[in-house]
Design a protein around this ligand. Sequence first.
Ligand code: 8DG
Ligand code: MN
Ligand code: MN
Length: 372
Amino acid sequence: AVNDSEVTPFSVPGYACQRRCTLENHNAVLTDALSLLAENAELSDEDGRGVAFRRAAAVLKALPSAVTNMSQLTGLPCLGGHSLRVIKDILENGTSSEVESTKESERFKALKVLTGIFGVGSKTADRWIREGIHNLQQLRDSGQTLNRAQQAGLEHYDDIKQPVSLAEAEAIRGIVGRAVASVSPEAQIVLTGGFRRGKLTGHDVDFLITHPEEGSEVGLMPKLVSWLESRVSFYAALLISKQPKMIVVMFKSIVTFSKILLNVISGIFLYGQKFRAVLEMGGRWRAVRVDLVVSPISQFAFALLGWTGSKLFERELRRWAGHEKGMSLSSHALYDNKQLSCLQGRYIRASSEEEIFAHLGLEFIPPNERNA
Ligand code: 8DG
Ligand code: MN
Ligand code: MN
């Protein structure tokens, strides 16, 4: 056993966007516990507490080895009293009573199930719980009015809860890629989100679409949507979310991804009739959430950076930009609030993620090290 006086404390920079964080996590037990408390806070509309737990978890994720002794944490950023108590509990007792009781609480379980329905947020879930609805069966029996997204979310609940594999993501890239090429041959499509960070599974598949000629991306999304709708309507639900330029496609895509089946699937989008052939081949179908974003080429680097994640990494980039650099970062632009000309700040151009990091005075962190 290591005695306190010999322990060398860990050291990490204060912002997650200054740290390299791969998917290798030496403190998964601790970070799972803190993430669960973060999730519970977020589901209870306590975003401030949620972020505090997320930041604490991100610091532990970035450590080069497992924490064995509280004194190793001396001087680490973002570890508040509450997070430290949870960590101490787990190091001493193997579990945290707060985490265990949260996990077992009827309210948390109900919030998780209900917000697990696509289109249901914490406010709706909370209202349903107050009306005595705690699970899917009670929701179905309640006669609650569901919007189109929620109806589809309920119908495909089990499919959507099941993680999407990299193989499925690549297959869907093929399908969406064909659709994009059909409506705009020069347009480019990139896989973003967790898969771009090297994850092998995801809760959805995120794509960013752009066109090399500025302005040619205008109208691409509606064309893409109607192209997809005209071909997929008979076996897939296509949902358009409120968010501008973002649609959610729930594909029924095949799980067995042999090359032949894949070609047949792509074929469906060109020749709708071929769908039946796939069913006859014994294909199993499932719903998958797909997020599509279209960006003009002038904003592409910002959109790519903004949609690659992780969510905390993005939040920390924006916090760094605002607090340390007097700039505003979004997935559209970087704006310097200090460089006043005619009482206005200044937009800073960038054509790559590397340039954006440089403008922010940050060392470039590649996507696979943005897993904060
Ligand atoms: P997962 O799906 O594998 O579970 O994880 P992920 O890919 O990292 O998470 P995600 O929920 O799909 O989000 C991917 C990125 O997209 C994330 O960095 C944040 C970003 N993002 C949203 N919603 C929005 C939004 O409304 N606007 C902008 N600009 N970005 C968003 O998730
Ligand atoms: Mn994703
Ligand atoms: Mn997404």
